[in-house]
Design a protein around this ligand. Structure first.
Ligand SMILES: [Zn+2]
Ligand SMILES: [Zn+2]
Length: 332
């Protein structure tokens, strides 16, 4: 099959992904083989490709927002039929036995596997995944629109929940890429007022089109104090600015898997019971709930599609903030 493989991390400007032929994987017990139609491009893929996340498998096929069709069932796999349309997300598998898995926090599993990082992902014509970690895709979405829901959407949804934002509240979104452009639609559906802070003026315009009450530069202070804020951009210097925008008792959620160092700041910015917390991965329950709500709203993702062979270009544009909405590879 055709795939984009990463042999060694390198700056994206050096086009480290190699478009080549590799053996088609075969599903093991409890697994399914999926023919990939589309795979979303996520900032985490950029962190894998550029080595901000330490290599865990080499070579590796990145990609963890897969929409495709089940082509073959492994032994004992029975949850889906051949031909079913499904999605694969970042959480590839957990051990199911550690204290986190047993207490409903499988996103924090001690021995997790991650799609497109510790195992091969969806920048390829086929991918294998355990059937228990595969999602049914609601009919409301066409394939390319569904792909960005599988990470940007699900993680953004978990960020919203952990931010504790309620109807009538005020929410800040820092960075306005794939995750924020979905999260704002959920927030507006919940009647939350949204303030978008992003360095790119095209992204500011998109935020306003999607219902933001205000959009400004990343470090500009929003016109009202916020009940909660989510930082999607991987830049630690945003943390003090976002804390400054929070009202007393407000919550700041850090939505990324990687962030540059956070500068020191005065305790005053945190005092008055403000909270900073990160979000790590997601549970399957998050994913299922989000996909149901996304279909009800319904969420409309804006996507820019690229051919599989152009994955390096898609990642470069993502790094340069040049994608409006989400980048998606068209594979099938
Ligand atoms: Zn576990
Ligand atoms: Zn992702």
């Amino acid at each position: 099959m055709k795939a984009c493989i990463l042999r060694a991390p390198a700056p994206i400007a050096a086009s480290p992904l190699e478009y080549t032929n590799v053996a088609t994987p075969q599903p093991g017990a409890g697994e399914v083989l999926i023919r990939v139609q589309y795979c979303g491009v996520c900032r985490t893929d950029l962190h894998v490709v550029e080595g901000e996340l330490p290599p865990r498998k080499s070579p590796v096929i990145p990609g963890h927002q897969v929409v495709g069709v089940i082509e073959k069932l492994g032994a004992r796999a029975q949850r889906f039929s051949v031909g079913a349309r499904v999605g694969v997300a970042w959480l590839h598998r957990t051990d199911g036995t550690c204290e986190y898995c047993r207490s409903g926090a499988e996103n924090l599993c001690d021995h997790p596997e991650f799609t497109g990082y510790t195992v091969d992902g969806g920048y390829a014509e086929h991918v294998v995944a355990p059937e228990d970690f595969v999602y049914a895709i609601p009919e409301a979405f066409v394939d390319e629109q569904a792909a960005p829901l599988l990470c940007a959407g699900i993680i953004g949804f978990r960020c919203l929940r952990l931010a504790g934002i309620k109807s009538g509240g005020r929410l800040g979104l820092y960075g306005f890429g794939a995750a924020a452009h979905v999260a704002i639609q959920v927030a507006r559906h919940w009647n939350v007022e949204v303030f978008a802070s992003t360095r790119d003026t095209r992204h500011q315009r998109l935020a306003l089109e999607l219902g933001a009450a205000w959009a400004g530069d990343t470090l500009a202070e929003p016109p009202k104090k916020l009940d909660a804020a989510i930082i999607f951009a991987p830049a630690g210097e945003i943390v003090p600015a976002a804390l400054k925008a929070l009202r007393k008792g407000g919550t700041l959620v850090l939505g990324g898997i990687h962030m540059s160092p956070i500068p020191s700041f005065d305790y005053d910015l945190l005092y008055q019971e403000r909270v900073i917390r990160s979000v790590a991965n997601n549970t399957r329950k998050d994913g299922e709930e989000f996909l149901r709500i996304a279909a009800e709203i319904p969420i409309r993702t804006q996507v820019e599609t690229f051919e599989l062979r152009d994955a390096n270009i898609a990642l470069r544009k993502l790094k340069e903030d040049a994608i409006r909405g989400a980048a998606v590879l068209e594979i099938g």
